[in-house]
Design a binder for this molecule. Structure first.
Ligand code: CP
Length: 301
């Protein structure tokens, strides 16, 4: 594999090899000093804010023994008019093995991958994909539930603005899970059924009898129109609370890519409750991203 631009480009075997390698890495990660990335250089190039993804890539690369440099868009020569392609080519010419990029414009990672020699990892591009979030989610499900076949997964909330939803729909349907999608009708893109998912205009119908309730953040920064009356009404009609969660299976697990809006799409009692695996998702992200970095920097084809 040369680049990781989206889940759509992957086969089941690619996903499972990353998950299996992440499991091995997690066993070794206690020492925080693997040398599988020794001699490699990773640059993070984030044009959108991030806490988890950027930190997770940086720490994963460092735990693997790589040299890491972080690019600060606001302090860079992009502010003087340098194009993003020229910027990427400059970074590429500094003996870099991998660029990890987040950008608000869908397709930017793919565009850069055509202009650089090094590997490119998509860390989230507009409304398109967030493949490493999806891989760490798949890893969390696989470790907790033992597999994907027949697993009922409900993806609920602001689906229209979620690149995580897109990546997870590709991954889960490819791996054999039954996926339901639900949320306010104004936040559901038309035609989702063609991806092999069931679509509901409510969250309570979508989560009925599910093994996993995967919540999405209301992406206020991407809303150009008023798609729901108020946070209070969103919470009342679409949020996941203790009562609504009783519709899912008793041993269901609650996931979220984070950050969340406490009290809007989820109550604090759910976020901090015993069905929540959100911090476990974050923790798993280190091993999964290290596995991805290893795959790209050592198996380039
Ligand atoms: N889940 C996720 O992508 O979080 P960040 O925006 O903090 O990276």
């Amino acid at each position: 594999m040369e680049h990781l631009l989206g889940i759509k480009q992957l086969e089941v075997s690619d996903i499972m090899s990353i998950l299996r390698r992440a499991q091995e890495i997690q066993g070794d990660l206690a020492v925080k000093k693997l040398d599988t990335l020794s001699g490699k250089t990773v640059v993070t190039l984030f044009f959108e804010n991030s806490t988890r993804t950027r930190m997770s890539f940086e720490l994963a690369a460092k735990y693997g023994g790589a040299i890491v440099a972080n690019f600060d868009a606001g302090l860079s020569s992009i502010t003087k008019g340098e194009t993003i392609i020229d910027t990427a080519k400059v970074i590429d010419s500094m003996c870099v093995d991998c660029i990890v990029i987040r950008h608000s414009v869908a397709g930017t990672p793919e565009l850069l991958s055509k202009h650089v020699e090094c590997s490119v990892i998509n860390a989230g591009d507009g409304l398109n994909e967030h493949p490493t979030q999806s891989l760490l989610d798949m890893y969390t499900i696989w470790r907790r539930k033992g597999g994907f076949n027949g697993l009922k997964v409900a993806i609920v909330g602001d689906v229209a603005h979620s690149r995580v939803a897109r990546s997870n729909i590709w991954a889960l349907t490819m791996l054999g899970a039954e996926v339901s999608v639900g949320g306010p009708p104004t936040m559901l893109p038309p035609g989702l059924e063609r991806y092999g998912v069931k679509v509901f205009g409510t969250t309570h119908e979508a989560i009925l009898d599910s093994d996993i309730v995967y919540n999405l953040r209301v992406q206020t920064e991407r809303l150009t129109d008023c798609l729901y009356p108020s946070d209070k009404e969103y919470a009342a009609y679409f949020g996941i609370n203790e009562n609504r969660l009783k519709l899912a299976k008793p041993d269901c697990m609650v996931m979220h890519p984070m950050p969340y809006n406490r009290g809007v799409e989820l109550t604090s009692s759910i976020i901090d409750g015993d069905k929540s695996v959100m911090l476990e998702q974050v923790n798993n992200g280190i091993a999964v991203r290290l596995a991805v970095l290893e795959k790209l920097t050592t198996e380039r084809m």
